[in-house]
Design a binder for this molecule. Structure first.
Ligand SMILES: *Cc1c(COP(=O)(O)O)cnc(C)c1O
Length: 410
């Protein structure tokens, strides 16, 4: 689990880095452009000095959020984007070229899987592997391999890949290891702890937590040696190599592609982030209690949750996440249960997509996020028609368990 100063550092970050008039929040800056009194200063910002010029590349408000994400991930620097998908697209599109090869976990977010398909159309080779098994990752290695991509906790299957083993191997091979840490969140596990070079977080999920803003972030952990990475443009190969990767992601991914986070959304996410540790702790405790209660229920066929001893990666999850197991629970109801009637009887759990909200959300996966795949692929992936994904929130524990019990009894 995270360092001891996790919440303190976020709570006091704005004040310590400097705000006006004693404000404890960084103000919401609406300015589209930033003016200079002297030509020398204007030119200096364009030539790389930290500062603001045009809000497509960030504002003081988004900068304050970047500092907080960097602290959470114990990294060296971050760039924020309009959404998590924009952050992922920026990483893939700015660091990979035609002919390059990427090894990706097969247990990834569906939209990320679709984005990798777009990359393939652009000439990047993609190999999907079962990344719970390090040997499969190693076996996919080619001379053109530039990147290994893994998620810290899979949705909806809750697979926990060999994050540490992959990190050690990538470090030895000098391969760029990119971790999407959205579902574990930096409170359960930082990217740096498993030796990732870059960490992506969707800020729309646990970090923001209130389902009232979208955002994404890319953090450089400082562990990857960018002087060895062949795809950094000559213009960004100046100064300390430690900053090259994120500079290219920011210039090409944010400035050129333009998926910019607004100051308003940055403020909401930053306010939500103050309570990440408290919310995540409660959500993980609720998820474990619900998973245990449902495992014992006669109308439930199967519960998939890393906190249960029978989960294939239970021991690994315990080590990586320090005894908490995330807020995602997959449940397969007994065939005898009428799925839609059951869902319609729920009173507390919300029928909605999204994960990492304060509210508990439930979704029938075969009919929604896996609908496009068709029945054959679903069967191959072990997704039954009666499978639910539950994103557990911070409600009072018994209210969640009782809601399930009354809906199953009906
Ligand atoms: C939701 C999610 C994303 C995308 O984030 P958005 O902010 O919704 O664009 C990426 N990765 C994972 C693991 C997610 O759960």
């Amino acid at each position: 689990m995270s360092n001891n100063h996790f919440t303190t550092s976020i709570l006091h970050s704005d004040r310590r880095l400097g705000t006006e008039d004693g404000a404890v929040h960084k103000p919401i800056h609406p300015s589209a452009q930033y003016a200079f009194n002297k030509a020398e200063d204007l030119v200096a910002v364009f030539q790389g000095r930290p500062g603001f010029s045009y809000a497509r590349q960030g504002t003081p408000t988004t900068g304050a959020l970047e500092a907080k994400i960097t602290q959470m991930e114990e990294g060296v620097n971050s760039v924020v984007f309009a959404t998590g998908m924009a952050a992922l697209a920026a990483v893939f599109m700015t660091l990979l070229k035609q002919g390059d090869h990427i090894i990706s976990s097969q247990y990834i977010f569906g939209n990320t899987n679709s984005l990798l398909g777009t990359l393939q159309n652009l000439g990047v080779e993609v190999t999907l592997v079962d990344a719970t098994d390090l040997e499969q990752v190693k076996a996919a290695r080619r001379p053109e391999t530039r990147m290994v991509f893994v998620e810290s906790l899979a949705n909806p299957g809750t697979h926990v890949c060999d994050l540490q083993g992959i990190g050690d191997w990538c470090a030895a091979e000098r391969l760029l290891y990119v971790l999407d840490n959205t579902l574990a969140s930096p409170w359960l596990c930082t990217g740096k702890a498993v030796k990732a070079g870059l960490v992506v977080n969707s800020l729309s999920k646990h970090i923001g937590g209130h389902a009232n803003a979208l955002g994404g972030a890319v953090t450089d952990t400082g562990l990857f040696d960018w002087s060895t990475y062949p795809n950094i443009s000559d213009v960004y190969r100046t100064g300390n190599p430690a900053g090259w990767g994120l500079t290219q992601i920011k210039k090409k991914g944010l400035r050129d592609m333009g998926a910019t986070l607004s100051s308003d959304a940055a403020h909401r996410i930053a306010a939500g982030a103050e309570t990440l540790a408290l919310r995540m702790g409660k959500a993980c405790d609720n998820a474990l209690a619900l998973a245990r209660a449902l495992s014992a229920h006669p109308r439930v066929a199967r519960v998939i949750y890393p906190g249960l001893e029978q989960h294939p990666q239970h021991e690994r999850a315990k080590q990586l996440f320090g005894g908490r197991y995330g807020a995602l629970v997959a449940v397969e109801l007994d065939d005898a249960v009428d799925l839609f009637a059951f869902l319609n009887r729920l009173k507390v759990l919300v029928l909605a997509t999204h994960v990492g909200d304060n509210r508990s959300l439930v979704l029938p996966v075969a009919h929604t996020i896996y609908y496009e795949m068709g029945p054959q692929l679903r069967a191959q992936m072990g997704i039954s028609d009666n499978q639910l994904r539950i994103s557990v929130g911070i409600e009072d524990t018994n209210d969640l368990i009782q809601d399930f019990e009354q809906a199953l009894a009906g």
